[in-house]
Design a protein around this ligand. Structure first.
Ligand SMILES: *Cc1c(COP(=O)(O)O)cnc(C)c1O
Length: 360
């Protein structure tokens, strides 16, 4: 059975967190001489001389109804990378406890485990990019603490079968972390709906993709209130800056604009898919539930993926080469761009097939 006590590292369980000035007095009015800030102001046109809310309550109050969770079930991080790292650090004793991932998938889970010197168990996805349940269940060790599932998966673009995730939530006694960075582009609801049913479920989302705020560095983590309290205990006290908090609040008051952008990108994804499929260079365009396409080149007699990649670069079109990644052999990952960018990509691919005669 899952309990927080059994999966947290013992010293984390008993840790006394840093108590910031803003923890000890939470009132808004007063003469603030408690945090060694510069009372005169800032060197910028807007004042940023005061430390921000360490728990970002204003954002969480807005986000909670949008996501169907309680504010206490939300953690905000400096990108999704921060909760990924904190989850590993909270649960895994280096060189002992392990993390399980299912490649091909997002690279940060492995990097973060490596940084923390935490053993990694890799169980490849099936050839149709789904969870290999029997293999995963067999690979789980008594000290496996975390299991990362990416749905829709990066770089393959597909949703992971919901029933497989439910089986893992039922059978695995550690945390099942479902990374939903691309969920806004998918034809499926979020796993956040199941948070009250599974105390071992963690859902990651981000402002970097559908919201168009990659430069802001703001990731969302949804989990039980008890686990969120643990993450709050071990995070850097002021991990989300005041400008980031202000811009996130602004973004949250423009939900319709986000949805309009998502609709446009989905329409573009369909058009781009169709055009790519008609190209003789292209062997396969995988169906996508994200804002990118996994495209297989390497057609017999045609140029291989690396050659296509290099040609695109030479024409200043930059895509992601995944051709050396297991199960993605011969594939490039292509982000859906603006209509103009997408048609330029297609133009360049056409030019690659029809070498222009030189006049010299
Ligand atoms: C892009 C992406 C993220 C977002 O990371 P941030 O640090 O929030 O920008 C998270 N997970 C996956 C799988 C991604 O592809």
């Amino acid at each position: 059975m899952f309990t927080l006590e059994t999966i947290l590292r013992p010293h984390i369980l008993s840790l006394t967190p840093y108590s910031s000035a803003r923890d000890e007095y939470t009132g808004k009015e007063g003469i603030f001489l408690d945090a060694n800030e510069n009372a005169l102001g800032s060197t910028t046109s807007t004042n940023y001389n005061r430390y921000p809310d360490p728990y970002q309550w204003a954002i969480k109050e807005r986000l909670a109804p949008l996501k169907g969770v309680r504010p206490e079930q939300i953690f905000l991080g400096n990108g999704s990378d921060e909760p990924i790292d904190l989850l590993i650090r909270a649960t895994c004793t280096p060189e002992k406890d392990s993390v399980l991932i299912m490649p091909p998938t997002y690279g940060m889970y492995e990097v973060s485990a490596n940084i923390n010197n935490v053993p990694l168990i890799k169980v490849p996805l099936t050839p149709d990019f789904q969870i290999d349940l029997p293999e995963v269940l067999a690979a789980i060790q008594p000290d496996t603490k975390l299991l990362f599932v990416c749905s829709p998966n990066n770089p393959t673009g597909n949703l992971i079968d919901r029933q497989s995730m439910l089986t893992l939530l039922e059978k695995f006694t550690g945390l099942v972390v479902v990374d939903e960075a691309y969920i806004d582009f998918a034809d499926a609801g979020s796993m956040t709906a199941l948070l009250d049913r599974y105390s071992n479920l963690v859902v990651l989302q981000t402002f970097s993709k559908a919201w168009g705020l990659a430069a802001l560095r703001l990731g969302m983590c949804f989990a039980s209130a008890a686990l969120i309290r643990v993450l709050n205990k071990i995070k850097p006290p002021y991990n989300i800056s005041a400008p980031t908090q202000e811009l996130a609040l602004e973004a949250l008051s423009h939900v319709t604009q986000k949805e309009e952008m998502v609709a446009k990108l989905l329409a573009e994804r369909a058009i781009l898919t169709e055009h790519l499929r008609s190209l003789p260079l292209v062997q396969q365009v995988y169906p996508s539930d994200a804002n990118f396409l996994l495209v297989r080149f390497d057609r017999p007699g045609g140029p291989d993926a690396k050659t296509v990649f290099d040609y695109l670069i030479s024409r200043q079109v930059i895509v992601r080469d995944r051709s050396k990644v297991k199960l993605c052999e011969g594939c490039l990952r292509i982000t859906v761009g603006t209509p103009h960018e997408n048609s330029q990509l297609l133009d360049v691919l056409h030019q690659m097939m029809v070498p222009v005669q030189s006049y010299s």
